[in-house]
Design a protein around this ligand. Structure first.
Ligand SMILES: C[S@@+](CC[C@H](N)C(=O)[O-])C[C@H]1O[C@@H](n2cnc3c(N)ncnc32)[C@H](O)[C@@H]1O
Length: 298
């Protein structure tokens, strides 16, 4: 059994960000996505846009930003972005990606358990793949809630350790790819191993009791990402296949999403929680927070 971690596997992430070649991949793209991860971020963004529903939001904070892939979408759409991560190394990478793409933002090294921002600072607080790295979920959730402005939206995308989701039907492909990559590498120098990172298997039921104690409205929960990850090394940080294979897979997945949309008549990135690679928790901080007057029932 894995050792339980409580602080987001900060050291393990930092080592991966410093050592792995995947650390410099940029997953934001203006045109057609060219690989599975670019497609995933494009789909996250389209869903988030739908959930924000044309509201007049301006300031966005991403907690545990990594390379800032989702923040790149916010920045490209005119948001005033702040990106926070505990790893200095990945913040430097994110900064490089932003300047290459002509995006601007603030980059802050900090801890998700003690955000260095005043209460009610942001209209949108988003995290992708952060909360599942905490054993005790209330502290990071409460911090994100604290810095959210009343009326602002919380977008929490959580990727639990769950082998029985859509991926279960495709594990055999990944095993073949792994064998292929071992043969191709032969006696050549092997890449640096990925540092193992703690990830909980908690579903939404672990987070909801904390959220329901807060002043929130429009609470929604759904499974997301109903596609497999096809790779010889799908654990974090996700390793891409050769560009040609990635392009073909991305086209197939885009067609599958198009069909889903046609048949289900809703955002094709949504699915049952147990089937998705991840799940999403969305809520708005109540305008009544903190209540101006204390209400008593007669
Ligand atoms: C799985 S990565 C996700 C990165 C990015 N959001 C993405 O979607 O590619 C989680 C990120 O959270 C950061 N992180 C982990 N624990 C943290 C903490 N306590 N405070 C701030 N960042 C943390 C890690 O350094 C890492 O960059």
């Amino acid at each position: 059994m894995r050792k339980r971690k409580t602080k987001g596997s900060v050291g393990e992430f930092d080592t991966n960000w410093k050592q792995r070649k995947e650390a410099v991949y940029s997953h934001w793209v203006k045109g057609t996505p060219q690989n599975q991860v670019q497609l995933a971020f494009r789909m996250h963004w389209l869903l988030f846009q739908e959930l924000m529903g044309g509201q007049d939001y301006a300031q966005c904070l991403e907690v545990g930003c990594g390379r800032g892939s989702i923040s790149s979408y916010f920045a490209d759409n005119g948001f005033d972005c702040t990106l926070l991560d505990s790893s200095k190394s990945v913040l430097d990478t994110a900064q490089g990606i932003f300047s290459e793409n002509g995006h601007s933002a603030r980059f802050v090294q900090g801890d998700a358990l003690k955000l260095p921002f005043a209460d009610k600072s942001f209209d949108v607080v988003v995290s992708i793949g952060l909360l599942e790295h905490f054993e005790e979920v209330s502290a990071p959730l409460l911090e994100q809630y604290r810095v959210l402005r009343p009326g602002g939206i919380f977008l929490g995308y959580i990727v639990p350790e769950r082998p029985d989701n859509v991926q279960r039907y495709f594990t055999w492909i990944n095993k073949i790819l792994l064998l292929g990559s071992k043969i191709a590498l032969g006696k050549k120098k092997r890449p640096v191993a990925k540092n193992e990172i703690y990830r909980s298997d908690y579903g939404a039921e672990r987070y909801l009791p904390v959220i329901k104690k807060l002043e929130v409205s429009d609470l929604q929960v759904s499974g997301v990402y109903p596609l497999p990850m096809i790779s010889h090394s799908p654990e974090f940080p996700f390793s891409l296949l050769p560009p040609f294979l990635e392009k073909v897979l991305t086209k197939i997945f885009m067609a599958a999403l198009g069909l889903r949309k046609f048949f289900y008549k809703k955002n094709s990135w949504l699915c049952r929680e147990e089937m998705g690679q991840a799940f999403l928790i969305v809520f708005k901080k109540s305008e009544l927070w903190p209540p101006k007057v204390k209400l008593y029932q007669s």
